[in-house]
Design a protein. Structure first.
Length: 287
């Protein structure tokens, strides 16, 4: 039986079981993902966990993975499923002989999950990672001071369109969301989603969009750009929590509720997962 303070040591991280959370400490080393170096440690409240699994890994290892609850972790919301498996901070790889301990840990964790674990969280429950104050992209230096995001274009990387428009500043009040496209894939970029329809980019390509910064080899690395995007997303969500937005004016009829939900999703105030879960719940309630 796992008790408060018990630890489970994996190949590159240690998980400590607490009464209401799991503290994950990431090891530093050449084989540890740089994102984990940047995170250092994270305390995951049990109410931010939707489930847990244990499976066989490669080369006589066992993998323990916690499933983050939709809408609970700004880092995972910003990542939107783009992280490589080896970079997943909710994944712990252990030697095969520790399979019994991993299974016992998983059982203890499952026993403490609440009845709403499968429901989207109404607010972020996991603290946002400490991001860099500035992010160096290929065509810009991006800054976030907690109230606004700045783009200062690079002389060598920015397109003529961006240079002609000049540096840009976007207060949080003008934003509805953040789109992070991993630099590990083609077309990596960070894009701000603007509130006013009239501010939609004339050219949606990231290298022409004045609310986007382009990544590249050596620019916008995951361990820098993802925590940065998560910090902006968390600041936006703090301004307009999902629960309060959805309850401001509850539509009386099923069709109106779905329309209202779709509007929130289109505005970037609900993630795809949150939208799907709430849509299914409203449908079930109408039956």
């Amino acid at each position: 039986m796992w008790r408060m303070g018990d630890v489970l040591a994996g190949n590159h991280a240690v998980w400590e079981f607490d009464s209401d959370s799991v503290l994950i400490r990431f090891a530093r080393g050449m084989r540890t993902p740089r994102l984990w170096h940047a995170l250092g440690s994270r305390r995951i409240p049990l109410e931010a966990v939707a489930g847990v699994s244990v499976s066989d890994g490669k080369r006589d290892t066992v993998v323990l993975r916690a499933v983050p609850r939709s809408g609970a972790d700004p880092l995972m919301e910003a990542a939107a499923g783009q992280l490589k498996e080896t970079c997943d901070p909710y994944r712990l790889v252990l030697p095969g002989e520790r399979a019994p301990q991993a299974a016992a840990f998983a059982d203890a964790l499952r026993s403490r999950l609440g009845p709403d674990a499968a429901e989207p969280a109404a607010r972020f429950l996991v603290e946002v990672p400490q991001p860099p104050l500035h992010l160096k992209a290929y065509d810009a230096r991006v800054g976030f001071d907690g109230s606004a995001v700045d783009f200062r274009w690079s002389r060598t990387g920015a397109t003529t369109a961006k240079w002609k428009a000049g540096d840009q500043r976007y207060p949080l009040a003008d934003l509805t969301g953040v789109q992070w496209s991993s630099p590990d894939g083609p077309g990596g970029h960070l894009r701000l989603l603007l509130r006013e329809p009239g501010h939609a980019p004339a050219d949606p390509r990231p290298d022409h969009d004045l609310a986007a910064a382009v990544f590249g080899v050596g620019y916008g690395a995951v361990h820098e750009s993802l925590p940065f995007a998560a910090a902006v997303l968390a600041a936006l969500r703090a301004r307009t929590p999902v629960a309060s937005v959805a309850s401001v004016a509850t539509p009386r009829h099923f069709g109106e509720r779905l329309q209202h939900l779709s509007e929130l999703h289109s505005a970037g105030l609900l993630t795809d997962a949150e939208y799907a879960a709430l849509r299914d719940r409203f449908t079930a309630e109408s039956l």
